[in-house]
Design a protein around this ligand. Structure first.
Ligand SMILES: O=c1ccn([C@H]2C[C@H](O)[C@@H](COP(=O)(O)OP(=O)(O)OP(=O)(O)O)O2)c(=O)[nH]1
Ligand SMILES: [Mg+2]
Length: 151
């Protein structure tokens, strides 16, 4: 039975995208690579496509964290602090569940992220819900990045 994993987004198969892997036996994070070259200008933010989507059980979430080495060397952090990849983002109508990594360059020099650079790590976790939670009834995720509205 399939529980959780990574797949390549449609249309990205021929681009040499590598599926995320853990680098040692007890590393928590699956390292995610940049799917394309992206310039992150000094003091600015850029969205880096990964060409990857993640499926998981509906009571699980994939958290994205920056790799500390990137932060230490290049003053790069995630613009959203921690990325939250919802289980129902996978297969959404808008972009199929394509994971983007929002990088913020806090340094004074532009940073060129190259395709294949390991820029973030994803950690799967189970999450809890409150009593009488009714979110399962009705709403279907259409996309990401504000798809459920502003307020
Ligand atoms: O770093 C990130 C953060 C989010 N996402 C995708 C997956 C996630 O499931 C979706 C929504 O993210 P989030 O819930 O953090 O943003 P939101 O502003 O609440 O958007 P929405 O209303 O779509 O939930 O966007 C990414 O690809 N990368
Ligand atoms: Mg959300």
């Amino acid at each position: 039975m399939k529980c959780r994993g990574f797949e390549i987004v449609s249309g990205w198969e021929a681009r040499g995208i590598r599926l995320p892997v853990r680098k040692t036996a007890s590393s928590a994070g699956y390292d995610l690579e940049a799917g394309a070259d992206v310039l992150v200008p000094a003091g600015k933010m850029a969205m880096v496509p990964t060409g990857i989507k993640a499926y998981m059980n509906s009571d699980e979430v994939l958290y994205l964290f920056v790799r500390s080495s990137l932060a230490a060397r290049h003053h790069i952090v995630l613009a959203n602090g921690t990325g939250v990849i919802d289980a129902d983002y996978y297969g959404n109508e808008e972009n199929e569940g394509h994971i983007f990594i929002a990088l913020q360059n806090g340094g004074e020099e532009d940073v060129l992220v190259r395709k294949g650079d390991r820029i973030a790590q994803g950690v799967f976790q189970a999450y809890l819900t409150v009593d009488d939670d009714r979110a399962g009834i009705g709403a279907v995720r259409q996309g990401g990045f504000g798809s459920t509205g502003r307020a």
